[in-house]
Design a protein around this ligand. Sequence first.
Ligand SMILES: C[S@@+](CC[C@H](N)C(=O)[O-])C[C@H]1O[C@@H](n2cnc3c(N)ncnc32)[C@H](O)[C@@H]1O
Length: 247
Amino acid sequence: MPQSSTPPAPVSSSSQLDADATDDVDGAQAPNIAPAGEAPARGRQKRPYDDAAVLPPGDTIDARTLVAGEWLELEVGPGRGGFMFERAEAAPRAGIIGLEVRRKWAAIVDGRLIKRGLGNRARVYAEDALHALPRLGPDGSFQRAYLHFPDPWWKKRHTKRLVMGDKFIDEIARLLPQGGELYVQTDVEERAAEYEERLMQSPHFAPAGDVQGSPRMVENPYNARSPREHRAIADGLPVHRMRFTKR
Ligand SMILES: C[S@@+](CC[C@H](N)C(=O)[O-])C[C@H]1O[C@@H](n2cnc3c(N)ncnc32)[C@H](O)[C@@H]1O
């Protein structure tokens, strides 16, 4: 993995996403997501977090120019960002990119990373991952991808919002090198079973859990926990963890 150079200054812009008016990162309410690249309505008032960092413009973004690091890791939906902070401490040689659809939390977490002096190697962009992933490259540039407690939507009409789908799987597979890791965890066993089935059927991934032939893991091996993971553990809820490697 080539060494990334010092990243450029933060890219801030007005919206690819609608501003997030709520504090809820758990997504019980589906976020109001505008298509990537959609300009804010003309004449509308500036909204809070309009200046959240977004990815640079263009269809082909070299992820290695965004953060410095000996290798790159990707978190989709970091929410309040706990995993980004803990992982940046645990893996000081890694560069970490977060894509968070909720503009408010993307802006807050990104600002905190910068304030803590981690901004050269850990950034969160206010992006819908399903729009942003196809723009990221080069192929095989991320060593790991994390999806912690995604898809907290249960109504049929929200099915189209689910992150874990064919497009996500194909894009993550493209961005990982052979042997690169996809780690997924949730506290909802039905969801875990769905993810497991999808990924086991994918030609791109092989299970890489505790026991050969299974993706399931008892512990999170990354020395960093997401906020929902901390909460589930504190509440005594089981966490269903899975790891796959790119074939
Ligand atoms: C249940 S929360 C979990 C937050 C965090 N991963 C954790 O474990 O604490 C799901 C997160 O995924 C984000 N999210 C959902 N769909 C997304 C998408 N298409 N692109 C980026 N982030 C997304 C939500 O905004 C929310 O922050």
